[in-house]
Design a binder for this molecule. Sequence first.
Ligand code: SF4
Length: 360
Amino acid sequence: MKFVDEFRSRDYSRLLVEKLQNRSGDKINIMEVCGTHTMAIFRYGIRDVLPANVTLISGPGCPVCVTPQSYIDTALDLSSREDVILATFGDMMKVPGRKSSLLKKKAEGSDIRLVYSPMDCLTIAADNPTKKIVFLAVGFETTAPMTAVTAIEAREKGLSNLFFFTAHKIVPPVMEALVTDKELNLDGFLLPGNVSAIIGTEPYEFLSKDFNIPGVVTGFEPVDILQGLYTLISLIGKKDYSIANDYKRIVRTSGNSEAKEYMNKAFNVVDSNWRGIGKVPKSGLEFNCDFEEFDALKHFKISYEEYDGSSGCRCGEILKGKINPTQCPLFKQACTPENPIGSCMVSSEGTCAAYFRYYK
Ligand code: SF4
């Protein structure tokens, strides 16, 4: 299959591994920002073939993982209402709140529906006119445009019973919070191909201009990741602090203008709380005044105090790249994918879930 098979080629991969292994030298810390990269890096055994001087650090690029526990608890409260049907992506179901999870709530009788796209909520809303449908709008720039499009469609269809509990987040501002953290000592970023398909490469330019840190946008197949790492390690070696794009078949410098237009139409950029990281300026999206009729918190007149973290869980440090999951005493003991204590063990993009599945 074109654009797939060649990026899974054994021959290309072997060639890139050889080139990478000739790149040993000074110690290099690279953060892969995106949870999909973390999972793919483990799945393809890429950590095992890197030169010993290169350390890969997993970052905060899993939207479910970075959503604070207070959001989950508020979603649980909403799911308890008789007049509400809650709609969510599957990854949110097992995330523990303080007292329960959406999975347990569903088993107890709450009407919680799994959806593959926010657009599915249009049908649920049309089929259930006496109910209020609340979609848990969690995700980065990759998913936020679809939330905006769904709200626009709902308005066009005259649906007044669809609401969104938004926790959309923007990736570049949290990277700024990480590079200013002296403890991390990052030399470069492997940048997310999916988010970059929407925002382009321009929003990362601050990394090179203000912090002398290079980055490479790349995709998710083994050749993509190996090529991205090779480019990045070469840039670091040359002290070239550019932002490179190794995913040109998908990502343009200025991104996807239509998707950005939808986001700009529906949302304001606001400060947002990230699990373990705290409040990051201008890192979230909430409906602007033209779209506030869709805001579930405003509709139900809910305000809630923000907090995060389950007892003993070290997701916060993992999301900041300060420790890896094997350094959490609960890893593979009390905390497993079947019985997750923190969000990083729940999500298919979570670092703890990746280590549980692949780390030997
Ligand atoms: Fe939290 Fe479990 Fe990961 Fe430990 S292993 S940090 S408890 S999610």
